[in-house]
Structures are given as C-alpha cells and as structure tokens.
Design a protein around this ligand. Structure first.
Ligand code: HEM
Length: 363
C-alpha cells in the first residue's frame, strides 16, 4: 500500500488550483504575483492566529508557573517572525509598476485586504480596543466581516471566534490579569497591606524619577541656558508620570486595578536583574517586539501602497494611504510602551525592600 504522498498531505490540488482570480483562468504574471502574495499572507495569518491563541491560553491560567513563561515567549516570537516575513513580501508586490496593477485593479472592486477576516481576527485576539480604532476603518470587526461577504464558511468561523473572545478573553486581557497579580516589592493583591505597599513603591519610584529628571534638566540648562519651553516640557513629563502611575486617565471604577497593572510593568522592567523577573521581563519585551512588527507591517504596507497607487481611494473604499498611515499609530499594549518613557538607569532605581523575594541577589 502506498504511503502518504507529499501532494495529498499538503492538499496541493486545492492550493495550486486557487490562483485563477475572478476569471478563473489566464491571469497575467502581474496578477498572479498579486494573488499569490495575498494567499501567502493569509497562510502566515493561519500560523500567527494559532500562536497568539496558544500564548493567550497559557497566560490566561489562574496560576502561570514560572516555567511556562518561556512557552508564551516562544509562541509570540513565532508570530513576530511571521510578521517579519510578511513585511519582506511587500518587496515582491513592488515589482508591479503602477500601470501593471492598474491593468487589473478594476476587477477587484470592492475587494481589498480591508476585508481580510483573519486580519480582523488577529487584531481582536491580540486585544485591539475597538473604541480606539481609527476613523474610516472597521468600527466593529464583526459587522465589518459581515459587510465583507461574511456569510461564507470562513467569515462565519472568524465571526464565531471573535464572539468567543467575550468569554475566552484576548491576549491583552490575559496579560492584564497576570500583571495585576504580580507581586510588587514582595506584596501580592491578596495581602492585607497590598495597596499601601504598592503606593509606597510608586511614591519612592516617583521620587527617583523626579530626581533623575531634575539632573537631566539642570544638565540641559547648563549647556543651553534657561529655556521656558524646555522647563514646561519637563514639568509635563513629571505630570504624565503621575497620571500614568496613579491611572487618573481612566475611569475611577477601574483606576486601582490599572494603577497596579502599570506599577507591575514598571517593577518588572526596572528590576529585571532579579532572577524571578528575568523571564517576565523578556515576555514584556517580546510583546513590545511583536507589536512593533505589526506596526512595521502596517507601515511597510502603506509605503508599498503609496508607491503603487499613490494616494487614491482604496478598492475597499477607504481613504487609502491616509487611512493606512493612521492604523500604524494604533497600539494594543499601551502600558508596555508608555513605561518605556519612564524607565530610569538601573543605578537611579530606588532600592527595594524585599528584593530577596525574587531570587538570590539584593535589589
Ligand atoms: C498592489 C498591492 C496592494 C495595494 C494597492 C493595496 C491597497 C490597500 C488599500 C488602499 C487598503 C485600505 C483599504 C481600502 O480602501 O482598500 C488596504 C488594506 C489592507 N491591505 Fe492592501 N494593498 C495591496 C496589497 C496587499 C497585500 C499583499 C496584503 C497582504 C495580505 C494586503 C493586506 C491588506 C490588509 C490586511 C488591509 C487592511 C488594513 C487595515 O484595515 O488595517 N494588501 N490595502
């Protein structure tokens, strides 16, 4: 009996029979390139979605063992690599001159990557906040998929998966829960004095931040002379640090929780030399790296689009490059990015009271 064949295992009859475009046959080499690059992207998304789901599932457990954090990092790294590969594929699309694309573009209306179910699912699974989506894009990803011929097996699957996130949770939500219960200077949310301990940590840290900013400001003033606009910028940096760490920018009902999550990010990033914080810190860095790849993907796509079709309206009906550039300003893991503005040189960090809770060295 013959064993499995390469052809059957990879379902190549279906895969290689799917490049006929609208006409089903006789596409030009330019259109073939266009079709195949999109198909390859959609396949990369299959891998990416699986990896995010696995990372989310591990991080969403009530107790995330130290030894499972490398697994989460592993899954996220694969998604990052998928996006990095995707960025490179736009070079191939740019082998189409504007007129080469215009030769078949009219066939596409209103089809567009705008309608990619998997792109919307990826954003939703990562935890992109719908309220923060840019104008001119999909305000509601489920409605967007429905509008884009959602009554197909793939559309229905994507919709049911996005709906399931309401109970299963997003990667962002799982990260938030994990960060919220991270012990900060030895204190956990279940400890009676937790709020006071975390507040004291934040106050000590803000003191160190102010002192650091003061030194930088003095240094600048000594080299550039007094400058009211620079002084105002430093005052604003101090105020922003307080707004962020006290979470006064969020609704009062969620303020205490947000404030603890942000303190945890600051704590993990600042004391990364402590053995038990090394992997958590790598996880945070990997999340930032992964989101950076997504932003680079959006940017690279926008530059390719600008080169090939200029600033005309997209086949999906959006403002084209103008819309795409705004999507590149979207961020999912806001707190992880914002903390980077606040970090201090290691020697300026305030000493911890309970560094011994995190491994063998003193903080
Ligand atoms: C000549 C090549 C391409 C052009 C001119 C182009 C153009 C555009 C434009 C103008 C949009 C904005 C929506 C609209 O109004 O249509 C868009 C969205 C999009 N395109 Fe492309 N695109 C090209 C290739 C690709 C490729 C190869 C991919 C790979 C999957 C892709 C994926 C997407 C995605 C996912 C969106 C939605 C972005 C979002 O809403 O955040 N595009 N494209």
């Amino acid at each position: 009996m013959a064993g499995t064949s390469y052809w059957d295992y990879l379902h190549l009859d279906q895969l290689l029979g799917a490049q006929g475009g609208v006409d089903g046959t006789n596409v030009s080499s330019d259109e073939l390139t266009f079709i195949v690059v999109h198909q390859v992207f959609e396949l990369w998304f299959v891998i990416g979605l699986r990896e995010v789901r696995l990372a989310r599932d591990t991080l969403a457990s009530n107790h995330v063992d130290e030894t499972s954090i490398p697994t989460v990092v592993h899954h996220l790294r694969r998604l990052g690599e998928v996006l990095r590969q995707g960025v490179a594929h736009f070079d191939l699309v740019e082998t189409l001159a504007p007129q080469d694309f215009l030769a078949f573009r009219d066939k596409l209306f209103p089809a567009s990557g705008f309608q990619s179910f998997q792109m919307r699912e990826l954003e939703a699974l990562l935890g992109l906040d719908d309220a923060q989506r840019v104008a001119g894009g999909p305000a509601d990803p489920i409605q967007h998929i429905l509008d884009a011929a959602g009554n197909t097996p793939a559309g229905r699957l994507a919709i049911s998966r996005i709906r399931a996130l309401a109970t299963e949770g997003t990667l962002h939500a799982a990260l938030d829960a994990w960060l919220h219960r991270t012990p900060i200077d030895g204190s956990s949310p279940s400890d009676a004095q937790d709020e006071a301990c975390v507040d004291a940590f934040v106050d000590r840290w803000l003191g160190a931040f102010d002192a650091h900013l003061h030194r930088t400001e003095e240094h600048l003033a000594s080299t550039r002379g007094p400058d009211a606009s620079i002084a105002a910028r430093f005052a604003s940096a101090r105020a922003s640090a307080r707004t962020f760490l006290h979470a006064t920018d969020v609704q009062e009902a969620s303020r205490a929780r947000r404030s603890r999550v942000r303190a945890a990010v600051l704590f993990i990033e600042s004391y990364r030399h402590l053995p038990l914080l090394a992997w958590p810190r790598l996880l945070l860095d990997t999340l930032v790296e992964t989101e950076e790849q997504l932003v680079l993907w959006r940017n690279r796509h926008a530059r390719m689009v600008e080169r090939v079709i200029g600033r005309r309206i997209g086949t999906g009906g959006s403002g084209g490059v103008e819309y795409l550039d705004r999507t590149a300003t979207l961020r999912i893991f806001h707190d992880l990015w914002t903390v980077r503005t606040l970090l201090l040189p290691a020697e300026a960090n305030p000493a911890l009271l309970h560094a011994d809770a995190y491994g063998f060295s003193k903080g």
